[in-house]
Design a protein around this ligand. Structure first.
Ligand code: PEP
Ligand code: MG
Length: 571
């Protein structure tokens, strides 16, 4: 018997036999090439890049039905690694200027980039180096002509032990036979950790050197509640952990039973818990988590996954599917939010110095009225089949809102004269995600049926901190008093006009902030569906009166640290 410990990243207990995933050492030869071979080496590299991009895309296609948004982003991150000029230029420059063979050029470039990531203080950012390692490893495999490990056919139900697992390996795994993961490397925010959490497979990472001591088929207890691993346990230990496993599963079931319970505080105040979706197919999954509606349907995926602007008919079909699946539950459809970091393969955006401050979202739609009209007509037509609402993104002024509503009214007029059915009283709201919308919230509240706070953008615009810039990610924090005061201001402004307020940014699914947001008076929380049970539990365990008192103190806080202390939010 031997005990090891590591970082528990995905709850649960697994008891089973080990299967070691050993990776072949990749022997990378280093030699100097002659001038005539330069173009040949470069084209080998380009071909490898293309192949890996296709592979990432194909893996995404075959697994996307299992993924939530943040996992889908992993594939986007991988594609961006493939396209990253740091890799491409680094390799090509070394081939051209230093006459290196492509494998050696790639190795040195990857080492250099990985070292850059490894030197970062922030754990989350350090983990992003794993994307480079994963994708870089795949490019190298291709160049060296080595097939990657076939993890899609596991020989027996097992606990997978590995030095490290790439997200691609994790996603390709035969889940029916995977009892747990244990790895020597990795941290809480590694993509493998994120994926194992969403697949609900127990995992412990960062165990340190262990592969040497493990043998295939050896029995192991993986306690991913504590981060403990017992190799070759005795009978007593197996009995003890079986009992612990049963208790854990019973507790989990209890959480699942909350599915049909209301999100009601101890002093009997109700909150609405909804899900964010990106595809019509998500609608089935979210109901299993007890979603009471859809607080944000990000329609841009419909546009991004197409080879052309989706037609009215194509959009109508998608929206109708969601409307029908959700029945009388509300579905907030956000109109196209493109631009910024979201491009369309069939539409050329002119280069902009500051795309996030540029031509995006409602700005595009108000300039390209036909694009907005097509979408609004499709939503209106689908509104005859369920409880649909419309939401405009990135609004900064009353004029924009009224202009969009004018176009909506024109669409209604057209449909009326065509004799097409729709809900004439369809509710219309806006995302409050710009400081301008916060400042004008008392005015804007007069012209909407609801607000939904988009904290992802509101945080970046309020703090002037790019949400995607790794260098300043430590400064991006919705617990900043400036962001919290904005949230409170919006809620108060809407309530003064009798309008409800939701939140559909990531902050709504952060259980440590649930009491604070409830105390501020938020009416609806919309999040990744799998977070709903935990937020519900928080709400059911709180008293609104206490939450309000905490919220009042937080509004007095002067720093993020003070906010953290007041709400008991550990780092
Ligand atoms: C937001 O900004 O909070 C939001 C929900 O929109 P997105 O993340 O799509 O920009
Ligand atoms: Mg946004």
């Amino acid at each position: 018997m031997k005990k090891l410990s590591g970082i528990p990243v995905s709850d649960g207990i697994a008891i089973g036999r080990v299967l070691k995933l050993k990776k072949e050492e990749r022997a990378v030869e280093a030699y100097t090439i002659c001038e005539e071979d330069i173009e040949n080496e470069i084209s080998r590299f380009t071909e490898a890049l293309e192949k890996v991009a296709c592979h990432v895309q194909a893996l995404y296609e075959s697994t996307k039905h299992k993924l939530n948004e943040s996992e889908a982003e992993i594939f986007a991150a991988h594609l961006s690694v493939v396209e990253d000029p740091m890799i491409e230029d680094g390799v090509k420059d070394r081939i051209r200027d230093e006459r290196m063979n492509v494998e050696q050029a790639l190795k040195l470039t990857l080492d250099e980039i990985e070292a850059l990531f490894a030197a970062l203080d922030d754990e989350y950012l350090r983990e992003r180096g794993a994307d480079v390692r994963d994708v870089g490893g795949q490019i190298m495999d291709y160049l060296l002509g080595r097939a990657s490990l076939d993890v899609s056919r596991l020989p027996y139900p097992c606990i997978i032990a590995a030095k490290d697992l790439t997200p691609s390996e994790t996603m390709s795994m035969d889940f029916s036979k995977t009892l747990g993961f244990m790895t020597e490397q990795g941290g809480r925010t590694s993509h493998t950790a994120i994926i194992s959490r969403s697949l609900e497979i127990p995992a412990v990472v960062g165990i340190g050197s262990m592969m040497e001591e493990l043998k295939d088929e050896e029995w192991v207890i993986l306690d991913a509640l504590e981060g403990t691993i017992i190799i070759n346990p005795d009978k007593g230990q197996i009995e003890f952990y079986k009992q612990k496993q049963e208790e854990y599963l019973a507790g989990k079931q209890l959480l699942a039973q909350l599915k049909d319970e209301p999100a009601m505080t101890k002093d009997h105040v109700f909150f609405e818990l909804c899900a964010n979706i990106g595809n019509p197919s998500d609608a089935d999954r979210i109901l299993n988590y007890g979603a009471e509606g859809i607080g944000l349907y990000r329609t841009e995926f419909l546009y991004m996954e197409n080879s052309h602007f989706p037609t009215e008919e194509e959009q109508f079909t998608a929206y109708k599917v969601v409307a029908e699946k959700m029945g009388d539950k509300p579905v907030i459809i956000r109109t196209l939010d493109i631009g910024g970091d979201k491009a369309l393969p069939y539409f050329t955006f002119e280069h902009e110095e500051n795309p996030f401050l540029g031509w995006r979202a409602i700005r595009i739609c108000l300039d390209q009225v036909d694009v907005l009209k097509t979408q609004l007509r499709a939503i209106l037509r689908a509104s005859a089949f369920g409880n649909l609402k419309i939401m405009y993104p990135m609004i900064i002024s009353k004029e924009e809102l009224l202009q969009a509503n004018e176009i909506l009214e024109a669409c209604k007029g057209e449909l009326r004269s065509e004799g097409t059915k729709f809900n004439p009283d369809i509710q219309v709201g806006i995302m409050v995600e710009t400081p301008a919308a916060v400042a004008m919230s008392d005015v804007l509240a007069n012209y909407v049926d609801f607000f939904s706070i988009g904290t992802n953008d509101l945080c970046q615009y309020t703090l002037a901190v790019d949400r995607g810039n790794v260098k300043i990610a430590g400064r991006y924090n919705p617990l900043h008093p400036a962001v919290l005061r904005s949230i409170k201001r919006v809620i108060d402004a809407a309530h003064a006009k009798g309008k409800p307020v939701g939140m559909c940014g990531e902050f709504a699914g952060d259980e440590r902030a649930a009491e604070l947001l409830a105390g501020f008076g938020l009416d609806e929380f919309s999040m990744t569906a799998s977070s709903i049970p935990r937020i519900k539990k928080r709400i059911r365990d709180m008293r609104l009166e206490d939450a309000r008192q905490t919220a009042a103190k937080v509004l007095e806080a002067e720093t993020i640290e003070e906010v953290r202390r007041l709400i008991g939010y550990e780092k």
